[in-house]
Design a protein around this ligand. Structure first.
Ligand code: ZN
Length: 479
């Protein structure tokens, strides 16, 4: 059972908090560090977008591809199991009378209704945490380890879960108290008020969580000085991102995925990279990924997606409203539920909302995916690292099915598929072949045989402060 809050945060975090995750890990599952540019992806008169794309796709072995498909397609089913499991949890709470008893206890402990709601919410979250645990352990711990994506032992993982629970216990009951206040006062129009409250709340959450919540889970420190930092700052300044603050965080203690983000507001804006990204990729990849992240920031995706998703949520609340009243009229008495303002009916409301978001998956995914595609386009233009971006997309594709069907992509993908991203990168490269910037690094066919074949040709470096000579060579840069 996900709370309204955590379901939405999950939704939104798909975009900002795990923006460009990708994997590197144990045992053959991952692509080796460093940029590898297939011959077919080198600019030239014979350059062909489709051939270049296929050449990139071939960087994944059949075994890697099978594993990635299995992991990702398994995720489709997990969505369904989570929905059904959530129904089960709601049924347990309602049929056993537990929900009703938690409400009665809250009423005995507090006089004011808002406080009763708050207390009920705390009990409900705790009960939900325990009842959800078996599925959470499987999806977030066991399965992640099976696929080599997780690095934490159980104690560490569980500690993080407890921290997350504590944060939720501080925030969610207050929000629920507000929502129930709206339900009591606004009558049949509560769902409109609830949407407004949720919108404001989501916005705050998104602005504040990078500053106040994320540091609870990971250590943030200034990015080590060097070419990488300079490149990122240069990219930020060239794109009107008002910060000199570039930080790195130790995500490797939890995961093998890479990620980065640009977040914050006013004085807290900062660019963050996780250590997997820094340790396991190349400078062109890092620049490409950061260009994408900066795209989210510059295009104001946080605000825009919050508005869009709040609109979807408005339909969701309306859906709850209709089904709730009908259900209560029919079964309310049997479960000791009074009316829609009765917190004891919350498990029912959440189950209905869960059903709504399950059905709305193609819509929410498409909203997010479209913003991701915009950030991709922004990033390609800003960083001018098409091969870096294609390579990063390949890394992501070690755990995201790389080439889905068209309908499959619409329904299940909250980012463009690996195929779409590599193809877009190669298209960009083709269209920019005559651009001096794209060409600048072409003679990367370095003199001495030092570099491995996949060094790094078409990389821009242009907009860069000119690090000595071999700057643009860096094959497997960065460590
Ligand atoms: Zn993104």
């Amino acid at each position: 059972m996900k709370t309204v809050l955590s379901a939405l945060i999950l939704l939104l975090s798909l975009c900002w908090l795990v923006p460009a995750a990708h994997a590197e890990g144990p045992g053959g599952r991952d692509l080796p560090p460093g940029l590898q540019i297939p011959d077919a992806a080198r600019p030239g008169p014979q350059f062909d977008v489709d051939r270049a794309t296929e050449a990139y796709l071939d960087l994944l072995s059949p075994a890697q591809r099978t594993q990635s498909d299995a992991y990702f397609e398994g995720g489709y089913w997990i969505r369904l199991w989570q929905l059904l499991y959530g129904f089960g949890v709601a049924a347990v709470l309602l049929f056993s009378g537990l929900s009703r008893r938690m409400r009665d206890l809250a009423r005995r402990l507090a006089r004011w209704r808002w406080l009763q709601t708050t207390l009920y919410a705390v009990f409900w979250l705790l009960a939900g945490f325990v009842l959800d645990l078996p599925l959470t352990v499987y999806t977030d711990f066991v399965r992640e380890h099976q696929y080599g994506l997780a690095t934490q032992d159980f104690a560490g993982w569980f500690g993080d879960q407890i921290k997350g629970l504590v944060v939720t216990l501080i925030v969610a009951p207050l929000m629920l108290a507000l929502l129930y206040g709206a339900v009591r006062r606004a009558g049949a129009r509560w769902w409109i008020w609830a949407s407004g409250i949720s919108f404001v709340f989501l916005l705050f959450t998104i602005m504040l969580s990078p500053v106040f919540v994320e540091p609870l889970f990971n250590t943030y420190k200034p990015l080590r000085d060097g070419e990488m930092r300079q490149s990122i700052l240069s990219l930020a300044h060239a794109n009107q991102i008002p910060t000199d603050n570039v930080v790195e965080f130790d995500a490797s203690k939890q995961t093998t995925r890479i990620s980065a983000n640009v977040a914050g507001f006013a004085g807290t804006t900062r660019v963050a990279l996780n250590d997997n990204l820094i340790e396991k990729t190349s400078l062109p990849e890092i620049k490409a990924v950061m260009g994408h992240e900066m795209g989210h920031y510059v295009l104001n995706h946080s605000l825009r997606l919050t508005i869009y998703l709040a609109l979807v949520l408005t339909f969701g609340f309306w859906f709850v409203h209709r089904l709730m009243d009908a259900s209560l009229a029919r079964w309310g008495a049997r479960f000791g539920l009074e009316d829609r303002a009765d917190p004891a009916a919350l498990p029912l409301a959440v189950a209905i909302l869960g059903l709504f978001f399950f059905l709305a998956t193609p819509i929410t995914n498409s909203i997010v995916r479209q913003a991701e595609a915009e950030a991709d386009a922004f990033g390609l233009n800003a960083a001018r690292e098409p091969n870096g971006f294609a390579m990063a997309a390949m890394r992501l594709s070690t755990y995201r099915k790389i080439h889905p069907g068209a309908l499959e992509e619409i329904v299940f993908y909250d980012h463009p598929s690996g195929y779409a991203r590599v193809h877009a990168s190669m298209q960009w490269l083709k269209e920019n072949q005559d651009n001096p910037t794209a060409r600048a690094a072409l003679p990367a066919a370095k003199p001495a045989g030092s570099e491995a074949p996949g060094s790094k040709p078409a990389e821009s470096e242009a907009a860069q402060p000119a690090t000595p000579a071999p700057a643009e060579s860096k094959p497997a840069e960065s460590k």
